[in-house]
Design a protein around this ligand. Structure first.
Ligand code: KG4
Ligand code: ZN
Length: 351
C-alpha cells in the first residue's frame, strides 16, 4: 500500500508549528517555533503579537518541516491545518497559509479540530492504541472528558464549567510570582513543597458527575494568599504550588477513572499541555493500576501544542474523506464532537 504523507500546520495559540507524519503514526519531522519568551514579557499570551509572530515564522517553519522529513511539497498527500478552537487571528495565519499551499500545490486541504489533534497525539507513541477509549483532555483552554468512539467521532462526557485546568495553573502561578507559563513552573516548584500543607477545595458539580470547576480552587489560593498577607504570615510558595496541584490532580484523576468505570472503558488516555504534569502522570498511573485500566499519555513534546498531532488527526480525517473547500474559515470557538465543520462549506469525497 502506498504511504500517505500529511503536512500538518498548527498556529492556534503561541506556537508556530509544522510537521510531516507518515501513515498517521510515524513522525518524519516536527518543527515548533515557540513564542513563549515573547509572551513571558507580558505575563500571558498577547493575541495580536501571536498573530504577527505566526506570520513572520510560518513559511520558515513549514520549509524546515519538509526539509527535516527529506521530502518535497509535491510528495505530500494532503495539507492538514488547525481551524479551531483558538485565537482567531492566530488560527487565520495557519488556515490562510494551508489554503495557499493546498491551492498552489494542488493538494487536498484537511481541517483539524485542535482538541481532536491533542487526543490524536496519543497514536504517535502508542502504535497499538485504537478507538474506542476515554480521553481526558487538559490544556490551557480546555478540560474535557471525551469518549473517542472512532478516529473521527467523539462524545463529550464531562467539561469544565469555568476555568480550564491549565488556565488555573497559569493564574495561580502568576499569583504566587512564578510567572508564565505557569504549568511547568508549578510542576517544578511543587516538587519542593508539601501537597498536604494547605487543604484547597476539590469541587463537585451537582447533577453532572464528570464535569469540572477550577475557579473555586483558584479563588481559594488567592484568598489564602490574601489572608497570609493580612496576618503577616509567611507564604511558602512551594507548599501552595504542591497543595494546589494536588487538589487539581485529585479531581482530574477521580473523574476520569470513575467515568471509565461507569462507561465500561478499559483504556484511558490523557492529552493536552497539562498532561505533561508529572504529578498528574504518576497519580493517573497509580489509579489506573488499581482499577485495571490501560493508561497512555504522550511525551511532553506531544502534550503541548505541536503540528505532528494535527497531521496525525489530519491523516484519519483524510482517510475518512473529510476534505474541505478553499473557503475554509477559522472558527475560534469550535466545539468538539458537536457542530463539526459548521460555518464552513466542507465537501466530502466519495470513500
Ligand atoms: O495544550 P497546550 O499547549 O495549549 C492549549 O491548547 O491550551 O496547553 C498549554 C497549557 C498551559 O496552561 C500550561 O501552563 C499547561 O498547559 N502546562 C502544564 C504543564 N506543561 C504545560 N500544566 C501543568 N504541568 C505541566 N508540566
Ligand atoms: Zn493545545
Amino acid at each position: 500500500m502506498k504511504d500517505i504523507l500529511i503536512l500538518g500546520i498548527e498556529t492556534s495559540c503561541d506556537e508556530t508549528a509544522a510537521a510531516v507524519v507518515k501513515n498517521g503514526r510515524e513522525v518524519l519531522s516536527n518543527v515548533i517555533f515557540s513564542q513563549i519568551d515573547i509572551h513571558t514579557l507580558y505575563g500571558g499570551v498577547v493575541p495580536e503579537i501571536a498573530s504577527r509572530k505566526h506570520i513572520e515564522k510560518i513559511n520558515q517553519v513549514i520549509e524546515k518541516s519538509l526539509e527535516d522529513a527529506e521530502i518535497s511539497l509535491q510528495e505530500v498527500d494532503a495539507v492538514a491545518v488547525t481551524y479551531g478552537p483558538g485565537l482567531v487571528g492566530a488560527l487565520l495565519v495557519g488556515v490562510g497559509t494551508a489554503k495557499g499551499i493546498a491551492y498552489a500545490a494542488g493538494k487536498p486541504l484537511v481541517a483539524v479540530h485542535h482538541i481532536e489533534g491533542h487526543i490524536a497525539a496519543n497514536y504517535i507513541e502508542h502504535q497499538t492504541l485504537e478507538p474506542p477509549f476515554l480521553c481526558l483532555v487538559v490544556s490551557g483552554g480546555h478540560t474535557h472528558l471525551v469518549r473517542v468512539e472512532d478516529y473521527t467521532s467523539f462524545e463529550i462526557i464531562g467539561r469544565t464549567h469555568d476555568d480550564a485546568a491549565g488556565e488555573a495553573f497559569d493564574k495561580v502561578a502568576r499569583a504566587i510570582g512564578l510567572g508564565y507559563p505557569g504549568g511547568p513552573k508549578i510542576d517544578q516548584a511543587a516538587k519542593e513543597g508539601n501537597p498536604k500543607a494547605i487543604d484547597f477545595p476539590r469541587a463537585k458539580i451537582a447533577d453532572s458527575a464528570y464535569d469540572f470547576s477550577f475557579s473555586g480552587v483558584k479563588s481559594a489560593v488567592l484568598n489564602y494568599l490574601n489572608q497570609c498577607e493580612m496576618k503577616k504570615l509567611p507564604v511558602k510558595r512551594e507548599d501552595v504550588a504542591a497543595s494546589f496541584q494536588q487538589a487539581v490532580v485529585d479531581v482530574l484523576v477521580d473523574h476520569a477513572v470513575r467515568a471509565a468505570g461507569a462507561l465500561g472503558e478499559k483504556k484511558l488516555a490523557v492529552a493536552g499541555g497539562v498532561a505533561a504534569n508529572s504529578c498528574l502522570r504518576s497519580a493517573m498511573e497509580q489509579a489506573c493500576k488499581e482499577n485495571g485500566l490501560e493508561l497512555c499519555y504522550p511525551s511532553p513534546v506531544y502534550c503541548t501544542d505541536n503540528a505532528a498531532m494535527i497531521a496525525v488527526q489530519g491523516y484519519y480525517e483524510y482517510k475518512k474523506g473529510n476534505i474541505c473547500d478553499l473557503d475554509l474559515n477559522a472558527i475560534p470557538n469550535l466545539k468538539i464532537g458537536e457542530d463539526k465543520f459548521t460555518g464552513t462549506n466542507i465537501s466530502y469525497l466519495e470513500k
